[in-house]
Design a protein around this ligand. Structure first.
Ligand code: JHZ
Ligand code: ZN
Length: 417
């Protein structure tokens, strides 16, 4: 799909985002929901919010799981985007290890060039800068891009497209490494983005791409990771086809625990498919992840989880408990809006990201405060919306827990810890 046609606020896709096939079948419907990262200011809360259909479908031709609504990316990402990667020490550690591994394995030096697409606040590229390696960050969100510049990461504030790749190539830029973490699923022009990567890589370069994996999403009922920013939910089967269409080869794959279960993909211009990819393709075929049957009962599981969580919160509340939430995460917006968790159940949400403070969660409009509020108020329970960082957050909240506070984990089944 061509982004330039996107004058409208959103468009409903009739064909597959990847292969263009018409055989897409919906298997999960959330109705219309607000935008997950569109946090509200106190002046916004007197206004109605834009809501868009959120519907998940499977492509019978290329196996790609995708949502059918494309919200204009300018609305989603360019304006006041509140997500800053550097607020999670675990993510910083994970990113640094990735950079050091590649510097080592690829023998990168001052002549090398590393480009990151959706470089956010420079959380990853700063590790290469520190090692004296040339970098370029590309990110359309002005706040995070300015933060990256402040830590010494040269950043171009733009959407990455095939055209931008051509421009950079014409200026003599070819990359040894192209990073693209948590962005492939976000771009409306999936094919243009991948074609752009192919144009940007040196002949012996490698694209190192991270994306949440569809299997744990289904197996652990991580339905809250579905929102309008996430257009695709990838399997290795679907990715392999996508890359091949653009003369790129998925040669190696690793499983990562980050974000509830992700894939790290090593993609090159030369075909050299290793055992990790072959095994993964065979595994997906044997588990049926390449067919619609695997996804058919997901909606029933999601409904059961939503009901159980709602019952649990309602019971605690009726017993007189006070409840707050942790993490003004995008996935938290899906959870509270699809389950219906409003101010009657949860008093406030805390988050370490200062850019989110004094704002309100979309839809349910829960106020967002700093994490200190947990010790000040000492609510009986805290619903962990950022459940993907559970270990880190429990460590950090040792004092709240020592004073008797308890966390509620929403997925894979609601439980109190
Ligand atoms: P977090 C993000 O989604 C953004 P989100 C994006 N949509 C994407 O694709 C996925 O990641 C993969 C806070 N926090 O990262 C920070 C603390 O307060 O799970 C965040 O606001 N204290 C591009 O937004 C939120 O929680 C902490 O100790 O769903 C976590 O959001 C930690 C670790 C986090 O993802
Ligand atoms: Zn398809």
């Amino acid at each position: 799909m061509d982004m330039m046609c996107l004058d409208a606020k959103s468009v409903t896709e009739r064909a597959c985002r990847s292969c263009g096939g018409s055989g897409i079948e919906t298997f999960l419907e959330f109705g219309k929901t607000p935008l997950a990262d569109r946090l509200l200011t106190s002046s916004d809360i007197s206004e109605p919010e834009p809501i868009f259909p959120l519907r998940v479908a499977f492509c019978k031709d290329c196996s790609l799981v995708q949502i059918t609504e494309t919200v204009n990316p300018i609305i989603l990402f360019a304006d006041s985007y509140p997500y800053y990667s550097s607020f999670s020490p675990a993510l910083l550690k994970h990113s640094r290890a990735n950079a050091l591994d590649l510097i080592n394995r690829r023998g990168l030096g001052p002549e090398s060039l590393v480009i990151e697409l959706a470089s956010n606040d420079g959380y990853l590229l700063k590790n290469y800068v520190e090692a004296g390696i040339r970098v370029l960050g590309i990110d359309p969100a002005d706040g995070p891009a300015a933060a990256a510049e402040r830590v010494g990461v040269p950043t171009r504030c733009a959407f990455f497209t095939r055209d931008l790749a051509e421009t950079l190539r014409a200026q003599g830029m070819r990359a040894d490494i192209v990073h693209a973490n948590n962005v492939l699923a976000h771009v409306a022009d999936t094919n243009g983005f991948v074609a752009g990567i192919a144009r940007l890589l040196k002949d012996d370069g490698v694209a190192v791409i991270e994306a949440p994996y569809v299997e744990p999403l289904i197996e652990h009922c991580e339905f809250d990771t579905i929102y309008h920013e996430h257009l695709c939910y990838f399997s290795v089967t679907a990715l392999d086809k996508l890359f091949r269409r653009h003369g790129l080869y998925l040669n190696e794959v690793k499983h990562l625990s980050i974000h509830g279960g992700s894939l790290r993909l090593y993609v090159e211009t030369r075909e050299n498919v290793g055992a990790t990819v072959q095994e993964q393709l065979a595994r997906e075929a044997s588990r049926g992840i390449d067919a619609i049957g695997y996804f058919r009962d997901f909606s029933t599981k999601v409904d059961a989880l939503k009901r159980d969580l709602s019952t649990l919160l309602g019971r605690l509340k009726s017993q007189g408990a006070t409840i707050a939430a942790y993490g003004a995460a995008a996935k938290g917006a899906t959870l509270i809006n699809t389950v219906g968790i409003g101010c009657d159940l949860v008093d406030f949400v805390v988050d370490r990201n200062v850019h989110k403070h004094n704002k309100y969660m979309p839809g349910q409009r829960l106020p967002i405060r700093s994490t200190e509020a947990l010790l000040e108020v000492q609510p009986d329970y805290v619903l962990l919306l950022a459940w993907n960082f559970v270990d880190e957050i429990l460590d950090q909240q040792a004092e709240y827990r020592a004073r008797g506070g308890k966390f509620i984990l929403p997925v894979p089944t609601p439980r109190i810890i």
